[in-house]
Design a protein around this ligand. Sequence first.
Ligand SMILES: C[S@@+](CC[C@H](N)C(=O)[O-])C[C@H]1O[C@@H](n2cnc3c(N)ncnc32)[C@H](O)[C@@H]1O
Length: 277
Amino acid sequence: MGGRKNSAPKAPRATGRRDASPPWLRSQRRSAFPAILGSLEPAKGDPASPVFSAGAAANGPYFFGAAAVELIESSVAMVAAGRELLPEGVWRRGSLGESAIPAADLVIANYALGELREGDRERVVERAWKAARVLVVVEAGSSAGFAVVRGIRDRLLGEGARMIAPCPGEASCPVAEGDWCHFGARLERSALHRQAKQGTLSYEDEKYSYVVLAKGEGARAAGRVIRRPVHQPGLVELMVCDGAKVVREQVRKKDKEKFRAARHAAWGGEWPAGERG
Ligand SMILES: C[S@@+](CC[C@H](N)C(=O)[O-])C[C@H]1O[C@@H](n2cnc3c(N)ncnc32)[C@H](O)[C@@H]1O
């Protein structure tokens, strides 16, 4: 790990909606999911209600300028905080294990499934997948978070789901035992955020593991940069998953075009850039 440059994903295209939220929240929206969502298009016809778990509220209005957003969260305090962040969402206080999940263009389980016991998680995944056209699962970028994501990935691919991101393929995950596939996003911290975390930095680097699965084909990356690129004079080193194996690729200055592309390659981005399967 440990590159010299922070390669945060690019900001999403504007949705045309006025965003009245505070700057720290707008930056959070910009930095968290654009790489995931870049390849997704809204369904034709009347959009169904996307369903989000609570903290995904911060990203809610961004998603397709969603027609409707519904959120399920068990904690009273989180629902209250969520309503502040996303007043236009329909907040339902309840347990994911017991709440109905209505049919939706997009269902997001954001740092939520890892909270559940395995049996409960399996039942929620089953219902979430039944409801979703596209399912996004995000967990902490830790070995435990990745294990949850990988388990859901393997299960739903086995049930006919199609991979959208981050994996370039649908074969079994080549990430070695003891390692975990994860990405990072730099988030601005508000004064309140700093106080809550007892931190002094004006930002934090959030590590996350994720998977986006769909009912139906989607274009996939040919390869995915799964570590922060390491930049040295005349050399960029990329750790790339091509779906079948993880390779460390060294791109040298003499390979002009490739080197130029490698200098712009981002952790979590596609490699080779723009090449899709
Ligand atoms: C790590 S926090 C993530 C919060 C939010 N989803 C986010 O992305 O920022 C986990 C959340 O899951 C909620 N939670 C835990 N078990 C739950 C359950 N069975 N049903 C609904 N929410 C649950 C907790 O109250 C907590 O707010």
